[in-house]
Design a protein around this ligand. Structure first.
Ligand SMILES: *Cc1c(COP(=O)(O)O)cnc(C)c1O
Length: 429
């Protein structure tokens, strides 16, 4: 690495915050020169096969010609224009696509600039819906443990109360309700005990609950836990029975990752409010959206508080909308379902042997997501460079070694990735 790069990395270490890090105890970072397809090129020339899709986002891989072209074309007319009082084709077209891709009930779209903000908007919608119905006490959310919905204060308040930041910020966080998370991965049935727990909380707090909020089928950054479609279906039934809204956070699971376009399809249910983000732009720019039903939109609009008071400066950014349109078109015109199914089968076959290792607690696969759960917390400072040595980009957290590669990954590339995972995990004692 040249002196110039050493100087950059040194400056980075002293001055830049990276996700979930301390400036007093900085973790090593690897400088990247470029990324193309499923490969990340470091400045020292090493190539890594990408297992993370830059946190669920880069489903088509990096530097894709169609996505590059969408941004270049949009750039020629405008990169940004305020959305207050103005509109533009990329935003309208994207809303049309999202409405078309989702069930008939979901007809209204709020564009946010990140997943966390789309969650904030969803929470606002739910509370405001009930306020507009003359039920202003319905301000709390009911969710399950091990969830993750973002890092802003509203979103943080529905993240797992134990592994999140609840202790530190307890006095400033909204107090929501947490049911036990279900144990029904790989089953046809739902976890009755978990449903009973949730229903009990709902029954005893019903006058104060606005909505149930949950990540469908896959709980991401809160523990990479999976649960059955039957459980999700049951959640919808319970919400109907007790007349609370259902907010689904598909920010991680949306756009094919779990084997269906959206995870809720596997439970044949429809949410009242839906958050999407991450893969929405194919990983190119920050954009998210909150969709809602006409019941919610007009429930708010015709009520005592008709205005939804939210409007990010970069709402519906045209460059982001343009690349999202191109990404969705690319996805729908690709054999994404076959690709995700093939990745699922290969992950099952190639990760399953890790089960026999002493340090491994569990191996699980859902769509294009593969997880090895270890018994003990991982020493990231050791494991991260070890993966880089083996030519793959895998970013473990807590006790989880997991991947969600771009859908375009080739069989041999995925084999290299799973071999590296087996190797590294076998070195843990
Ligand atoms: C990543 C994520 C978020 C937050 O999205 P950001 O764009 O990082 O703000 C919210 N919910 C889920 C399920 C996520 O995976």
């Amino acid at each position: 690495m040249s002196d110039n790069w050493n100087a950059l990395v040194d400056f980075d270490k002293k001055h830049l915050w990276h996700p979930y890090t301390s400036l007093s105890h900085p973790s090593p970072v690897f400088p990247v020169k470029s990324a193309s397809g499923v490969r990340i090129t470091l400045v020292d020339g090493r190539e890594l096969i990408d297992g993370m899709s830059s946190w669920w986002a880069a489903i088509h891989g990096y530097n894709h010609p169609a996505l590059n072209a969408a941004i270049e074309n949009q750039l020629k007319s405008m990169s940004h224009i305020m959305f207050g009082g103005l509109t533009h084709q990329p935003a309208v077209e994207l809303a049309q696509r999202l409405i078309q891709m989702t069930p008939n009930d979901l007809q209204h779209v709020f564009f946010a600039d990140s997943g966390s903000v789309s969650v904030e908007v969803a929470i606002k919608m739910a509370i405001q819906y009930w306020a507009s119905q003359g039920q202003p006490k319905k301000q709390r959310l009911l969710t399950i443990k091990n969830g993750y919905h973002g890092d802003t204060f509203g979103a943080m308040a529905v993240c797992d109360p134990d592994n999140g930041m609840h202790h530190l910020f307890n006095d400033v966080l909204a107090q929501h309700l947490f049911a036990q998370s279900p144990n029904c991965y790989g089953q046809e049935q739902y976890d009755q005990e978990a449903i009973d727990d949730l229903e009990q909380l709902l029954k005893s707090n019903r006058p104060t609950i606005a909505a149930v909020m949950i990540e469908p089928l896959v709980q991401g950054a809160g523990g990479m836990r999976f649960y059955s479609a039957a459980y999700l279906k049951k959640i919808r039934d319970v919400c109907n029975e007790h007349d609370v809204l259902l907010i689904l956070d598909e920010i991680a699971t949306g756009f094919g990752r779990t084997g269906s376009l959206f995870a809720y399809e596997q439970a044949s249910i429809v949410p009242d409010i839906l958050c999407v983000g991450k893969a929405l732009t194919g990983g190119y720019l920050s954009l998210a959206a909150t969709l809602c039903s006409t019941k919610v939109a007009h429930g708010i609009g015709e009520g005592q508080h008709p205005t939804l008071m939210h409007g990010p400066t970069f709402m519906a950014n045209p460059l982001a909308c343009a690349v999202a349109n191109a990404s969705l078109e690319l996805l729908l015109n690709s054999p994404w379902q076959q690709r995700v199914n093939a990745i699922e089968q290969q992950l099952l076959a190639e990760l399953q042997p890790c089960h026999q290792l002493n340090a491994v607690k569990d191996v699980r696969v859902k769509g294009a997501i593969g997880v090895i759960e270890m018994h003990k917390p991982i020493d990231i400072q050791w494991m991260q460079p070890r993966f880089v040595e083996l030519g793959v980009w895998v970013r473990p957290f807590s006790n989880l070694v997991y991947i969600m590669p771009p859908f375009i990954i080739e069989k041999a590339e995925l084999t290299q990735m799973t071999s590296a995972m087996r190797q590294v995990v076998s070195e843990v004692h």
